[in-house]
Design a binder for this molecule. Structure first.
Ligand SMILES: [Zn+2]
Length: 164
């Protein structure tokens, strides 16, 4: 696994996660989410054989997902109060800071921002934030204020917005 020397995979609240080794300012790209582009059918197969792997996949476009197995993206955990978000530029998914991140903090993003209205997957949330929504599901179910904020930050890709 190759990634920035400013990031580390470490023990966090929910198993392993990505931890910042230095402070990051909002808007900074933390890393590219690398992996293999796979079809929705492949992700469905993961649910049967290796649910964790399915959970780790990032929606990549209308019909594809990115499987980060073996890359740092496999350790990117969800939070309902995230300090980072996923931005798609061209063919790349980038993990970007959306608020100041202190050295030692876990880097999280809101999985909701990559769950279209057509994604049926849901997950019980254990992020521990005061504003935890308890269930992770489609962006279209986000509280209006959160949705507005995420849209303004540009962390809900167009192909997700299109599904709503
Ligand atoms: Zn939560």
């Amino acid at each position: 696994m190759r990634y920035s020397s400013s990031l580390k995979v470490n023990s966090v609240r929910n198993g392993l996660g990505i931890v910042a080794l230095k402070a990051f300012a909002p808007g900074v790209t933390l890393c590219q989410i690398k992996g293999r582009v796979v079809t929705g059918e492949t992700v469905w197969r993961y649910w049967d054989t290796d649910p964790r792997r399915g959970e780790n996949c990032f929606r990549y476009d209308a019909d594809h997902y990115l499987d980060p197995e073996g890359e740092i993206g496999a350790y990117a955990n969800h939070s309902c109060n995230p300090n980072a978000g996923i931005v798609k530029t061209g063919i790349r998914l980038l993990l970007q800071a959306i608020r100041p991140i202190a050295a030692g903090a876990e880097i999280t993003h809101d999985y909701t921002t990559l769950l279209g209205a057509d994604d049926v997957w849901t997950m019980k949330c254990n992020c521990g934030e005061v504003i935890c929504r308890k269930v992770v599901r489609s962006f279209s179910k986000l509280p209006a204020a959160t949705l507005r904020r995420y849209r303004k930050l540009g962390i809900i890709p167009y192909f997700i917005l299109k599904t709503g």
